[in-house]
Design a protein around this ligand. Structure first.
Ligand code: 13P
Ligand code: SF4
Length: 371
């Protein structure tokens, strides 16, 4: 079919359109594109975007969906690292679009490939790499860091499969170097009984990450000093306060929350785990949830027969995820109709090759074990 290229539509024109018009334009463009396009939406996406998603999920599920779809265009309503993973796992011919290039992840930005390679070199210089050390990166990281893990026998994990992957790697390796979320690393390590004094914290701005050689040699887990600023807002005193306010409430948090919060909660798990736990609870259940506000609000709407509250009374929103507005989606998808691919996410060939090794390892090792 001959596609006549049109001039790229300007985003500014969409920003002034009324919501109802935007919504019907997205639907019309989707219909016209048919199976050529798939819209993926992360659980933290806002309602006015998620209603247009063909498939929704946590970051693990979305990466599997991206590897299985045949659509020519994957429009990713999530953040940058998720779209990169879709490009890595997708087919050669598929093109991935992030409707707003500013939708990044502040945690992922806390570890750069240069810093990670430098840290690895420092470990080599002091002889720590003579032990078997596996680099493991949280999905919330750049493609370059995933590729680093792929090259060095490591793997990618998400919050839904960190436990089975730690289980495998702790048996096969002497230690793990975990990037970039110290909290997911610490919370998962604690589930395996690793004491805190065997978990070193690596500060990329200090020599040896701020540790002594002995600490690094003795550590079972080296944790990169990164965190999520959204989940970092939850404090142990919120849990205490909410338990007093709502007698009998169960506290359910994401493992990106600090250890002190997870310790005083009842349950912790990925966004899908949180949704499933609430779905399966009986009418009348009371939940206080420590994760992003859009997900919690949606659960409140879906289950009016259950009491569902956000753990922190102040707003806890992933501002970068929120950047993807319906206006951006309409702009991206109508440009596709014209034959113009805007905001394409392309991972270079070499990085893609090694990052795919780490992602494929994750999928094959944890197929059916993610929760
Ligand atoms: P999930 O892996 O649970 O989807 O979480 C991703 C994320 O970025 C949470 O902050
Ligand atoms: Fe990144 Fe935190 Fe937003 Fe998740 S909630 S995408 S970790 S900034």
């Amino acid at each position: 079919m001959l596609v006549v290229l049109q001039e790229i539509r300007a985003l500014e024109d969409y920003l002034v359109m009324p919501d109802a018009e935007i919504s019907s334009r997205i639907e019309a463009a989707r219909e016209a594109l048919g199976p050529r396009v798939v819209i993926l939406g992360h659980h933290y996406q806002r309602d006015d975007v998620i209603k247009h998603a063909d498939l929704t999920g946590d970051s693990y599920q979305l990466s599997v969906m991206a590897s299985q779809t045949d659509a020519e265009f994957i429009v990713f309503c999530g953040v940058h690292f998720m779209a990169e993973s879709a490009d890595i796992l997708g087919k050669e011919s598929q093109r991935v679009i992030l409707p707003d290039l500013g939708a990044g992840c502040s945690m992922a930005d806390m570890a750069t490939i240069d810093q990670v390679e430098d840290a690895w070199e420092q470990l080599r210089e002091i002889g720590v790499l003579e032990q078997k050390v596996a680099p493991i990166t949280y999905m919330n990281s750049s493609a370059a860091i995933k590729a680093f893990c792929g090259r060095n026998e490591g793997v990618v994990c998400t919050s839904s499969n960190a436990i089975p992957l730690f289980d495998i790697y702790l048996k096969e390796f002497d230690k793990m170097f975990f990037f970039p979320d110290q909290h997911l690393g610490r919370n998962t390590g604690a589930k395996f009984g690793i004491p805190l004094d065997k978990m070193a914290l690596w500060n990329p701005h200090e020599e040896l990450g701020g540790n002594t050689e002995e600490q690094l040699r003795e550590a079972k887990l080296i944790l990169w000093r990164g965190h999520c600023s959204v989940h970092g807002r939850f404090k142990p005193w919120h849990v205490e306060q909410r338990r007093k306010e709502i007698p009998g409430v169960k506290v359910l948090v994401h493992p990106e929350c600090m250890r002190e919060v997870v310790e005083v909660s009842d349950l912790d798990g990925s966004t899908s785990f949180i949704i499933k736990t609430v779905e399966e609870s009986p009418a009348g259940s009371k939940w206080v949830i420590g994760t992003e506000v859009n997900l919690v609000n949606r659960l409140q709407e879906r289950f009016p027969d259950k009491q569902i509250e956000l753990l922190a009374p102040d707003l806890c929103m992933c501002a970068t995820m929120y950047r993807i507005a319906p206006q951006n989606l309409a702009w991206a998808i109508e440009n596709l109709l014209d034959g113009n691919v805007v905001n394409e996410i392309v991972v270079d060939k070499e990085t893609k090759h090694f990052a795919k090794i780490a992602l494929d390892r994750m999928i094959s090792m944890t197929n059916s074990k993610a929760q």
